[in-house]
Design a protein around this ligand. Sequence first.
Ligand code: PRP
Length: 179
Amino acid sequence: MSDTNLRVLLSEEQIQTRIRELGEKISQDYPAGHLHLICILKGAVFFMTDLARALKRDVLVDFMGISTYGKGKTSSGEVRVTKDLDISLEGADVLIVEDIVDSGVTLNYLMHVLEQRKPRSIRIAALLDKPERRLRPVHVSYVGFEIPDEFVVGYGLDYAEKYRNLRDICVLGEPAVTA
Ligand code: PRP
């Protein structure tokens, strides 16, 4: 794509190298058996498919849809489940897979909801973390990259649903003003 408002922050190579490292680490940390991956739609789909293939473990994959209102603007963002899981979490080692943690509102809510479903363990893997933006506490066990507070797109992340299929993660700038 030739969009002059895009500046590469993390290249495809950097992303894939880091995901392989995360895959190694996660595989070492868990006991033998299935790891239950929960992908938070939609942005995390890209990360989830690459991470799943970097794991030296059998995995189950399931998907959850979340909608938030007022996210990132206030600490009282409302969260709603728009698509629930298909598979029970009881007794499972669960790994929530997210593309980005921003205010923390989504994951803070989700941890409370999913802990009630009696998994054996539950952790979070997020490719990107913007710690400066945090409004709610979230413990992320596996972070790909900490990034500054800039608007990023690509590798699943969108602006108005565009740019998700970029291979790199890019900062989206203001359109240039032309006379
Ligand atoms: C993004 C991201 C997380 C959430 C993080 O999803 O995928 O789910 O925002 O933000 P928070 O930490 O402030 O809660 P988004 O709502 O953009 O949906 P999408 O993945 O479908 O694009």
